[in-house]
Design a protein around this ligand. Structure first.
Ligand code: ADP
Length: 542
């Protein structure tokens, strides 16, 4: 028997119309590439999103056509989020930190018809445009009078000029909720990047979930600063959840340094911020020496890479800010787990609570998880046994865009490539990417554990643990460390620091001091590159 409820597709256009109707005066504040602060309201976002939709109609873009962005977090980018997807086109957020050759490959693979870019990225666009064969229009996100005279780009339009003649009313199409809405390519550290193609339905379900109290706890009373880029997995879905709840949005534009982020948090009374650990490192690095304090910030979500426990401690103890550790993937829209404690854990001593907080967290409703051994057999949730982590749910990919070969799913589950434990309460903890796992004498050593201990040393700015081939033990860990600028730390001192903090056989065989640890386009450590840099290195124990 069918239920007797109204049939209504879950559509992105409904989000912006809801924000317009119920939170019309809600603020959206952006630090612009132009250098100034821009402020307007959700009603303005809605009005200009409709203009975007009208402009795309005028450019004769069909439903399903891809409109790419190469842009910072800002209000124009937000309008494209709603205008492009809402009108039935697919928003393709391109990562400007990628190598130009990769940008070309991705734009051609996606068959982008239009590319909208911030002026910061003009040199990148100039370097790639002749090779992006499907692109019909390049749209600079600026006023007409800011367009460069001799850019060498054919079909260059100004975004403001494009919108100027358009009407602010639009009849959003009533799409099937499974229609594609946006896409994002994975970082592609091995082989070509692959794209997750999100749908209206997956985006809306994810937006509901992201706003839940045990997830990001987003409400109309929040002022949210997504430092996590809108060019990477839709800024973890925050723009959609913000429209759904009518919260204030604050965009940092190109100003991701500690000083700019701090000033924006204070000026715009930010209550909640989200980003990868490296961004917060810069922020705390700016605040600590100057003895600065937050007046409104209450919580931050940190994910994308393992959050060092020392950072969680510092945020809470020095600044009174709660850190929520999060885990996800491009293929998962991206949220999978958030680390919030259950009632019974509030009674635990501080140290036991801390042990839980550093885990990647519990499943959000909508994400089912399991760990399996090499034979695919499901492993117990005992907090000790580790295995390959598999996930399933309505905002997790079924296959990649233009998938070649068989589906990545294993009996309906998506293999994450992460190795993890899950405890009795459902808290998942990642020990490694499967390709980074270190196997010593038949036992696994978690490189994240080794890195976290090093990061807790006050003289360490960044640490990466990798396995080195060893004739007796197969592999032994070493830790590559970037020292803080004024530090005199020696290898021996750091190795001594490990004593008592982990099992003896897990202590790295060596500390290698490096100038920098290579980072990928999404701020993650590139261990493959680090290994290349260490070619010729010899373990001291051999
Ligand atoms: P994103 O950068 O949005 O997390 P990617 O698809 O680029 O998405 O990377 C996903 C991978 O990043 C995960 O499979 C995992 O290895 C790693 N990752 C993400 N969050 C965490 C975290 N909190 N702790 C450890 N690793 C993480």
């Amino acid at each position: 028997m069918l239920g007797l409820m109204q049939q209504q597709s879950l559509l992105i256009s409904a989000l912006i119309e809801f924000a317009n109707r119920h939170h019309a005066d809600g603020e959206v504040v952006s630090r612009r590439v132009e250098g100034d602060i821009h402020r307007y309201t959700w009603a303005d976002v809605a009005n200009r999103s409709r203009k975007v939709a009208n402009a795309l109609d005028r450019l004769k873009l069909a439903h399903g056509d891809r409109v790419a962005t190469i842009a910072w977090n800002g209000y124009r980018h937000l309008e494209l989020y709603f205008g492009v997807s809402g009108s039935g086109r697919v928003l393709h957020t391109l990562n400007p930190r990628l190598h130009p050759d990769q940008v070309v490959w991705i734009a051609n693979h996606a068959e982008d018809q239009v590319v909208c870019f911030d002026m910061t990225f003009l040199p990148l666009v100039q370097a790639v445009q002749a090779r992006c064969t499907s692109v019909k229009h390049w749209v600079a996100l600026c006023d007409k009078d800011k367009l460069p005279a001799n850019s060498g780009i054919s079909n260059l339009l100004s975004y403001e000029d494009l919108l100027a003649g358009e009407s602010g009313t639009y009849d959003w199409p009533d799409l099937d909720e499974n229609t594609a809405s946006s896409m994002c390519y994975t970082s592609g550290t091995t082989g070509h990047p692959k794209a997750a193609l999100y749908s209206h339905r997956s985006t809306l379900l994810h937006a509901y979930a992201a706003a839940l109290p045990d997830v990001m706890c987003i409400s109309a009373r929040d002022s949210i600063l997504p430092v996590v880029p809108m060019f990477h997995v839709n800024a973890w879905g925050i723009p959609y959840s913000a429209a759904m709840t009518g919260s204030k949005l604050v965009f940092p534009g190109p100003g991701m340094d500690g000083k700019s982020v701090y000033e924006l948090i204070e000026a715009e009374k930010v209550t909640f911020a989200a980003g990868v650990p490296t961004v917060w490192q810069m922020l705390l690095g700016h605040m600590k020496p100057a003895n600065l304090r937050f007046s409104t910030l209450k919580r931050t979500v940190i994910g994308g890479s393992a959050c060092p426990p020392a950072m969680i401690d510092s945020f809470r103890d020095d600044f009174g800010v709660d850190v929520l550790h999060a885990w996800g993937m491009t293929e998962m829209s991206p949220l999978g787990t958030l680390c919030t404690l259950k009632n019974k854990h509030l009674e635990l001593p501080a140290e036991a609570q801390m042990k839980l907080r550093m885990k990647q967290g519990r499943s959000i409703f909508g994400v089912d998880m399991k760990i399996v051994n090499e034979a695919g057999k499901e492993l117990p949730h005992d907090g000790k046994t580790y295995g390959d982590l598999l996930v399933k749910g309505p905002w997790i990919i079924r296959e990649y865009f233009k998938q070649e070969g068989p589906s990545p799913l294993v009996e309906g589950w998506f293999p994450t490539g992460d190795v993890a434990t899950i405890d009795e309460d459902g808290f998942m903890q990642i020990t490694d990417r499967s390709k980074d796992v270190i196997k010593s004498g038949g036992e696994w050593i978690s490189s994240i554990d080794i890195e976290n201990i090093a990061m807790a040393h006050p003289a360490v700015a960044m640490a990466a643990c990798i396995g080195m081939a060893h004739p007796k033990w197969d592999e032994r860990p070493i830790v590559c460390v970037v020292k803080k600028s004024d530090s005199t730390l020696t290898s021996q001192e750091l190795l001594k620091f490990y004593e008592g903090k982990t099992a003896k056989w897990q202590i790295p065989d060596d500390v290698v001091f490096v100038e920098a640890i290579p980072l990928g386009a999404t701020g993650k450590m590139l261990k493959t590159k680090l290994r290349e840099q260490l070619a010729g290195y010899q373990l001291p124990s051999i």
